[in-house]
Design a protein around this ligand. Structure first.
Ligand code: ADP
Length: 611
């Protein structure tokens, strides 16, 4: 019996131990299970515990900020934001916002700069090496740099290179930068409508970013670059979202620009070491306060001769090497280049010209590579012929603008100056039809040019008898029986300004007297009701454009003589016959090849008393 009791007691003990083991086991098990669940839930909620990663990130940012040598104000802001960041969890949306801000602060070149020595000789050499011609432009730039050197600060006016596209404004800016050993950055202002594009959005804005100026500084990584403010004439002003030109004014003002306020960074930025250069196509649309701060340097556009020189010295060698060939592999004679410039491009600058030359180089590169593959290099011809040009570039896109046109009564060649700053010719067509004395005007014309047409018609009507248009001094029926329609072809391009007055008058005289004006004769000038010819702007650009178009004779206001004598290149002057006019009779003589088509003896108008 006692044995049985002992056995039972032993058995009970064993059971107790197993139960204990079991209970601790299941507790462990339960805990493990719960922990696994917790992790899964956290993961699902995106709350993985990354505290170590966060710490690394903040240490890294702190280090970068320390190394960036922030200004005292920027440093204060940075420390405040760092403190906030430490209190945040990396999964909070705000964390990324603050982090991005701190990154920006660390990437602005607060104290980094390139060393600069203004060496005028070196600058001269650089400008010479990079650009053909432009003598007066280079001279002005060197003078500007010399003053900069003497004064030792940048508190002078801002250089503004003014001219049509493709005349080398950007590339002059780059040359200046490399001559001074400064970094170069182009800020395109064309179409900037919102102040925030210049000085950034406040950080409360979703997706806020610093403005173009702060972005530029980050890009170059130094605080003394050259910023080329490209197309400053295309900045919208008085827009709905603040005034971008006012922000630019602050950027350019040496009294204020050492504490420029970018809304995003919200700490003062020092722009006083930045050298700003502006470019513009035309002067009229540069906001006046900005214009006040600038020193304009005019680049009017190139003649064919200049273009060919630019191509031989710069564009062609550049494109040949860009296409992996060596300079001897492609040769073009001047006349071949002229064919490209005149037959395939119509521009004041050389941008499209360079593009066409690039196409030719591409074709030659293919030819060369093929010959090389076949081991037939001896058959490769490096000389590009005029015939080959047509094979490569297709049939010519432009004929000489005037040669193709036959002279007709009522059609006159005028001179225009487009909004992109390039000059050229423009045709004026006048026609008459049965009607009741109306004047119709088409060709997307502005108010001023419409008024010029009315003045022209009034002058012609007033002098109709004297000009032999009507047979009696008072012939009211002549003009009341017909409508006149004047059209300016290239109807999609807007035209305005007073300078077509002279050409409009001559078109009407030519129409009513059935006389032709040679298509190679072009004219410009404003007229008054009394037939005086007043001076107009853009003469140099217009004359160079006319020369490119094949014009042989230009009639222009006498008071513009100084512009021709002072500004127009000699070879252009030599190839054009200039007629200077004080009044419309001088123009008539010039337009109708010296023929005096009016009679002197007749009084201009005579009203008969009908009583
Ligand atoms: P822009 O800024 O006036 O529109 P770019 O500077 O872009 O013109 O010039 C277009 C191209 O023509 C560039 O490749 C430039 O180097 C070249 N170029 C323009 N003018 C000259 C010149 N006088 N000499 C050499 N190259 C020139």
């Amino acid at each position: 019996m006692s044995i049985a009791i002992e056995l039972l007691a032993r058995q009970i003990n064993i059971l107790k131990v197993t139960q204990k083991v079991h209970s601790t086991m299941s507790k462990k098990h339960k805990e493990f299970y719960l922990r696994q669940q917790l992790n899964a839930i956290k993961e699902e909620l995106g709350e993985r515990d990354d505290s170590s990663h966060e710490d690394d990130d903040i240490t890294d940012l702190t280090k970068r900020i320390k190394e960036a040598g922030l200004s005292p104000e920027a440093n204060k802001a940075a420390q405040r934001e760092l403190k906030r960041l430490k209190r945040m969890h990396s999964t909070q949306a705000e964390y990324q916002v603050v982090r991005t801000y701190l990154e920006w602060l660390s990437e602005i070149p607060w104290s980094k700069s390139t060393s600069e020595i203004i060496d005028i000789d070196k600058a001269r050499q650089q400008l010479e090496d990079d650009h053909y011609g432009l003598e007066s432009v280079k001279k002005r730039i060197l003078e500007y740099l010399a003053v900069l050197k003497l004064k030792g600060d940048l508190k002078g006016p801002i250089l503004c290179l003014l001219g049509p596209p493709g005349v080398g404004k950007t590339s002059l800016g780059k040359s200046i930068a490399s001559a001074l050993g400064r970094k170069f950055h182009r800020i395109s202002l064309g179409g900037v409508r919102d102040e925030a594009e210049i000085r950034g959005h406040r950080r409360t804005y979703i997706g806020a970013m610093p403005g173009l100026i702060a972005q530029g500084l980050k890009r170059v990584g130094v605080n003394n670059p050259i910023f080329l403010l490209d197309e400053i004439d295309k900045v919208g002003h008085l827009s709905n979202h603040g005034d971008p030109s006012a922000a630019l004014l602050e950027v350019l003002d040496p009294e204020q620009n050492n504490t420029f306020n970018d809304h995003y960074l919200n700490v003062p930025l020092d722009l006083s070491k930045v050298l700003f250069i502006a470019t513009a196509n035309q002067v009229d649309t540069i906001p006046a306060p900005l214009l006040d701060r600038m020193e304009l340097i005019n680049i009017p556009g190139y003649t064919f001769e200049e273009k060919i020189n630019i191509a031989q010295r710069h564009l062609l060698p550049k494109q040949i090497t860009n296409h992996g060939l060596s300079l001897d592999d492609v040769k073009m004679l001047d006349e071949v280049l002229l064919k490209i410039a005149s037959g395939y491009t119509r521009e004041a600058g050389v941008r499209n010209f360079e593009r066409e030359i690039a196409s030719v180089c591409r074709a030659k590169a293919v030819e060369y590579a093929n010959a090389k593959d076949k081991n037939e290099l001896e058959n490769y011809n490096n000389e590009v012929t005029a015939k080959e040009i047509e094979n490569i570039l297709g049939v010519t896109k432009f004929d000489s603008e005037v040669a193709e046109r036959a002279a007709r009564p009522g059609v006159v060649t005028g001179l225009a100056w487009t909004s992109s700053g390039s000059g050229g010719i423009l045709f004026i067509e006048a026609t008459q039809m049965a009607g009741k004395g109306d004047l119709q005007l088409t060709g997307k014309l502005g108010e001023v040019i419409r008024e010029s047409a009315r003045i022209a018609l009034s002058w012609v009507r007033a002098h109709a008898f004297q000009l032999g248009i009507t047979t009696s001094k008072t012939e009211p029926t002549f003009f009341f029986q017909r409508d006149v329609h004047i059209h300016f072809p290239a109807g999609a391009i807007g035209k305005d300004g007073p300078s077509a007055g002279v050409a409009l008058t001559i078109a009407l005289v030519s129409l009513f007297t059935h006389r032709q004006v040679p298509t190679t004769t072009a004219m410009t000038g404003e007229i008054t009701l009394r037939g005086q010819v007043l001076p107009v702007g853009g003469i140099k650009e217009k004359i160079i454009g006319a020369h490119r178009a094949g014009i042989k004779k230009v009639i222009l206001p006498a008071r513009n003589r100084k512009d021709v004598e002072g500004d127009v290149p000699v070879n252009v002057k030599n190839e054009i016959n200039f007629v200077y006019a004080n009044n419309i009779f001088d123009v008539l003589l010039g337009a109708f090849e010296g023929e005096k088509i009016w009679s002197d003896s007749t009084p201009i108008v005579e009203f008969e008393s009908r009583l």
